[in-house]
Design a protein around this ligand. Structure first.
Ligand code: FAD
Length: 263
């Protein structure tokens, strides 16, 4: 069985994000990129299943430009066998559905039986792409998985269901599972892995090569458009209460009750 891993590059979590002049996108100059942290769990789970003899090949799939190749090589250095990068001018302005269309087509063309993705990207945060891929592939879907097992053509996944409750989800392959923290501990690339990755293949596919109608992706087909984004409001400056302890405490209680309204 082949396993597909959806791998997106995102701004590093310690990057200071700046927004463009018309407040519709982040400025990417000076931004350091990394593999989306949740996609690291997805890749690790795929690699573990391959090591356990449950998969023959691990292939990563990325929609993005050539600037994403350093992150794709990182995935190959950690142990993925090869990668597919989908790149096409027709994808400009795509929403999640446009992305899901090309990802589903590429995953289907490779005949993967199991797909791991992140539970959300830490920049877009919509948490919608994996479910849409599953629908378009006609596959089972389970989201925010923190334990996963596969036996033959059946899978068992576990997920947190709120309030400390757990859900156990079973189903048949093919499945698209979005991966949460706690599923595993992602490995780092080793030096031999980095050297080996240099000769691993990154296949670049266009929308037409995937058999996807160019009119069903990109800005013209987007059902969702981001119209405005911005930083959170500035936090007000802190206040230091003066005077003796008793009056400072009484003032603190008053502020917490009357101004902050937290007690
Ligand atoms: C070529 C391109 C053009 C775009 N143009 C615009 C634009 O003009 N305006 C705009 O607002 N947004 C644009 N986007 C952003 C795009 O709309 C979002 O990336 C998309 O909706 C996914 O949403 P999300 O990041 O919230 O994914 P989520 O649903 O939160 O992601 C969950 C998981 O899906 C997988 N996944 C998501 N994206 C990718 C990817 N690119 N490759 C591989 N796996 C992935 C990952 O495993 C990820 O962890 C563009 C993106 C691309 C790649």
């Amino acid at each position: 069985m082949k396993i597909g891993v959806c791998l997106k590059q995102v701004p590093a979590t310690d990057t200071r994000i700046r927004i463009n002049a018309d407040a519709t996108a982040i400025l990417t100059d000076d931004v350091k990129f990394e593999i989306n942290p949740y996609d690291e769990y997805a890749l690790e789970e795929a690699l573990r299943l391959k090591q356990a003899g449950k998969a023959t090949e691990v292939i990563t799939f990325t929609v993005g430009g050539a600037d994403a190749e350093a992150r794709i090589r990182d995935g190959l250095a950690r142990g993925a066998d090869r990668a597919v990068r989908i790149d096409d001018p027709a994808l400009a302005g795509s929403d999640g559905l446009g992305l899901a269309r090309v990802l589903a087509a590429a995953l289907k063309a490779e005949g993967v039986g199991l797909v791991f993705a992140g539970r959300q990207s830490v920049d877009g945060d919509s948490s919608t792409v994996p479910a849409m891929i599953a629908e378009l592939m006609g596959a089972s879907q389970v989201s925010w998985v923190d334990k996963f097992e596969v036996e033959g053509d059946a899978f068992t996944a576990q997920r947190a269901a709120g309030g400390g409750m757990r859900e156990v989800v079973t189903g048949k392959l093919p499945v698209v599972a979005s991966c949460d923290k706690g599923l595993n501990t992602p490995r780092y690339a080793t030096l031999p892995g980095i050297l080996k990755a240099k000769s691993k293949k990154i296949g670049v596919m266009s929308v037409a090569e995937l058999g996807v109608d160019a009119g069903s992706v990109g800005a013209g087909a987007a059902l969702v458009t981001f119209t405005n984004m911005g930083p959170p409001p500035e936090r007000p400056a802190g206040r230091i209460l003066s005077g003796d302890t008793a009056s400072a405490v009484s003032e603190l209680v008053r502020l917490l009750r009357d101004e902050a309204k937290v007690i």
